[in-house]
Design a binder for this molecule. Sequence first.
Ligand code: HEM
Length: 142
Amino acid sequence: MPMLFRWYGWADKPAGEELNRLGGAIFAALCSPAAVVAVGSGTALVFAGSVFTPWLFTKLAVVGALVALHVRTGYVLRRHTEMRRAYAGWRMAAATMSTSAVLGAILVLVLAKPRFEPRALPHWLTEPGSLQPLLSSILPMP
Ligand code: HEM
């Protein structure tokens, strides 16, 4: 999609409209339904399997980043193609690299399924109320 946005800035009007249609079709007919299926089936799996593990929450955080990138792509698709604005090379590189990094992280998470041990974290991050003694010494309450 970022490459499409870049080409769009260079293309003449008929070619630009063709690219615009292609981008819209990829976004609306392929990416958005895939996102709905992933989130819907994943949510069903959470409740079916009662899976509440650090692995799942890590995956959800990374999938959340992918959703944010998807929404951003939809915004750029509309704004740039409707206003026929140029899309800078550095933006294409940044969008491609960040999306590839997020996709790569998801693939590593779901294929390697690493075990995250909460015990590796400091205890103040895993026990509710662990920061309280620290704060009460800084801000003594009557
Ligand atoms: C791009 C998005 C996603 C991909 C590629 C993906 C992929 C996968 C894969 C390959 C597995 C099987 C892992 C195994 O071998 O046990 C899995 C399991 C699972 N996924 Fe996803 N997933 C995605 C998004 C989501 C979302 C959004 C949710 C929740 C809302 C979710 C919830 C789950 C749950 C609950 C399991 C079962 C985990 C278990 O039984 O240990 N996934 N996913």
